[in-house]
Design a protein around this ligand. Structure first.
Ligand code: GDP
Length: 613
């Protein structure tokens, strides 16, 4: 066996060295990493039966095949790591405060309001905003910019709190799906007349998964039938035990409609933050943070609401937000007033970006416009590549069984969207009645009427869900996002067809059973020693066939020496072979296993899935 060579030129061999490549890299990128001629790699791929050009972005599988052939170990770099490396190349450390501990100053908590639909999240956000209208603010005309800041008086101290203005865990999870941590504390709103409902539990789980402390607002205590005590009891089951019962969760009974106890709720937020979080940031460095909303304004161009997480953002700063960049032309607060600077936990609407970033994108202030542009351009090139490389599917109906077998998922998460609520309900009813067995649980994370939106795709991404569209489709940005992120979106117009397909996929979910199928055996006639490949067995196939990558065991004098080997290398003369049949000679390597002797027998087999009865 020899290293692959092209036109007599030896290619570098990895010998187990690692090559780090980003998803969607080209052979050119690969060649650069290993110091080889890209054209030579094209030939190697050609010999492996794949036609690719040097500059084209290729799939993970192709990179893997090439790496294996050349003796390298491939490491596909995650998006987050890649971004960190990109920023490092500009000497930027994202996500960490600069300087010593004594440069860190307290910062306000950032709060998201979550809970079941109609339990009063929106009303509560309004009530909080109203109790805090700064005198003289012309009737408190506030502008929705995606977040606002208010102050609470705690122990005679004025303490600011930042609220994210998009209620619900969906927005929260959309950001989290994109790797952004926006929220320090969650307010879980539970209507006292309704009690804990499915989305209450969902919200609670989202917050817990993110490690975010929860303050419970028991709302609508003005209504008849309000039972705040019952709510406390119900939430105990989910691990939220009220302080008055010896737990560590603060519960506050409120009425969003009457503006009752809002101050106490704000106080509870501050106290919870003080008790369980150490919220500090360095206000003196270049600003960093995340975009929480963005849109295109006809007159003013791209606008983004950003939350400063550390440092101070100033008008005139050069900034990169995701793959958008620009110079901060102006900043507005939630009252529409111009502000010149914004410190940690401060949300501002900023103008001056060249394009519209996405919610959850990180932002950084850099030294000059050129750096901002370069970072933005590199990011958008990377995203384009990743899209071309067709990311491996997340969970899809086709690969469900593998995902389950690999232990990756134990529940099938679905998002159901339909044209009318009747059909959504009918579909949901039928789906939950499916007999799924007990290895996997079917869960409907979200259902709704209307087209499949970007937020549906984000939710699917964050929780590995499949989206069902019944007479509705994903269009525009939602479709692009689903394609880009590999979210499985299924379209149906007949209910039973949807049910049938999901049931079939679920049947496959039951753990597959495997049986051993014998392939053949070969006798070792000679052992060659190679410094590169270890011991190579010169064999003759006695029965059946040898297949590359098949499993093998070694038998000596009728005794089993070892099992679970793999035929890693298989050659006929100088050529790689995938199979060698009875009566032929071959060269075999068994990976790192080298204890082979003349007259040993190599038995090969495959594990095949047994069809289910
Ligand atoms: P969301 O879906 O959680 O955002 O709920 P909304 O804020 O839209 O509130 C749903 C309904 O409950 C609206 O009709 C509100 O006026 C009403 N509501 C909200 N808070 C209260 C409250 O404290 N008391 C009463 N009686 N009704 C409330």
């Amino acid at each position: 066996m020899q290293a692959p060579s092209v036109g007599g030129v030896m290619l570098p061999r990895g010998n187990g060295a690692t090559v780090r490549l980003s998803r969607g890299a080209s052979l050119m990128d690969f060649a650069e990493k290993i110091n080889a001629n890209p054209a030579a790699l094209v030939s190697v791929m050609f010999n492996l039966g794949e036609m690719v050009t040097a500059t084209q972005s290729v799939s993970d599988a192709t990179l893997e095949m090439l790496a294996q052939e050349m003796g390298f170990i491939l490491e596909i770099v995650s998006r987050d790591d890649e971004d960190r490396e990109l920023l490092e190349s500009f000497d930027i450390d994202f996500g960490a405060d600069e300087g010593d501990e004594d440069e860190l100053m307290p910062r306000p908590p950032v709060v998201t309001v979550m809970g079941h639909v109609d339990h009063g999240k929106t009303r509560l956000l309004d009530a909080i905003r109203k109790t805090n209208v700064v005198a003289g603010e012309a009737g408190g005309i506030t502008q929705h910019i995606g977040a606002y800041q208010v102050t609470a008086t705690v122990n005679d101290e004025e303490r600011p709190i930042t609220f994210l203005d998009t209620p619900g865990h969906e927005a929260f999870s959309a950001m989290r799906a994109r790797g952004a941590k926006s929220t320090d504390i969650a307010i879980l709103v539970v209507a006292a007349n309704d009690g804990v409902m499915p989305q209450t539990v969902e919200a609670l789980n989202h917050a817990k998964a993110a490690g975010v402390p929860i303050v419970v607002a028991v709302n609508k205590i003005d209504t008849e039938g309000a039972d705040p005590v019952k709510v406390r009891g119900q939430l105990t089951e989910f691990g939220l035990v009220a302080e008055e019962y010896g737990g560590d969760t603060m519960f506050v009974d409120i009425s969003a409609r009457q503006g009752l106890n809002i101050d106490q709720l704000l106080e509870a937020v501050v106290l919870t933050a003080d008790a369980s979080l150490n919220l500090v940031a360095n206000p003196e460095q270049d600003a960093q943070g995340i975009a929480i909303e963005a849109h295109l304004d006809k007159g003013r161009g791209a606008m983004a609401t950003v939350l400063v997480q550390r440092g101070t953002l100033r008008v005139g700063d050069s900034i990169a937000v995701g793959d958008a960049h620009g110079r901060v032309r102006a900043m507005l607060d939630e009252n529409g007033n111009n502000v010149a600077e914004a410190g940690p936990s401060r949300p501002v609407l900023l103008l001056g970006l060249t394009s519209v970033p996405r919610a959850g994108d990180s932002f950084i202030v850099v030294d000059d416009d050129r750096t901002a542009r370069q970072i933005a351009e590199k990011r958008s090139a990377r995203d384009r590549n990743a899209m071309f490389a067709k990311r491996p599917m997340r969970v899809s109906l086709e690969n469900l069984d593998q995902a389950i077998a690999a232990g990756d998922i134990q529940q099938l998460n679905l998002i159901v969207k339909g044209d009318v609520s009747g059909s959504v309900e009918a579909l949901e009813d039928a789906l939950v009645k499916l007999d799924v067995g007990n290895e996997v649980e079917l869960r409907i994370l979200h259902r709704g009427v209307g087209a499949i939106t970007e937020s549906d795709v984000d939710l699917a991404m964050g929780s590995d869900a499949i989206i069902i569209g019944f007479n509705v489709r994903a269009e525009g940005r939602a479709r692009t996002a689903a394609d880009k992120e590999g979210v499985d979106v299924r379209y149906y117009s007949v209910i039973y067809q949807a049910i049938e397909e999901i049931e079939a996929a679920l049947k496959g979910l039951l753990k597959p059973e495997y049986e051993e199928v014998r392939l053949g055996s070969a006798e070792i006639r000679e052992v060659f020693r190679s410094s590169k490949f270890g011991n190579i067995a010169g064999v003759i196939v006695r029965e059946g066939l040898l297949r590359r990558n098949a499993k093998a065991r070694l038998i000596r004098d009728g005794k089993l020496i070892t099992e679970s080997l793999t035929i890693e290398g298989l050659r006929r003369f100088k050529d790689d072979a995938t199979e060698v049949r009875e009566g032929f000679e071959a060269g075999v390597t068994l990976g790192s296993f080298n204890d082979i002797k003349v007259d040993d027998v190599i038995e090969t087999y495959e594990m095949r899935e047994k069809p289910r009865a």
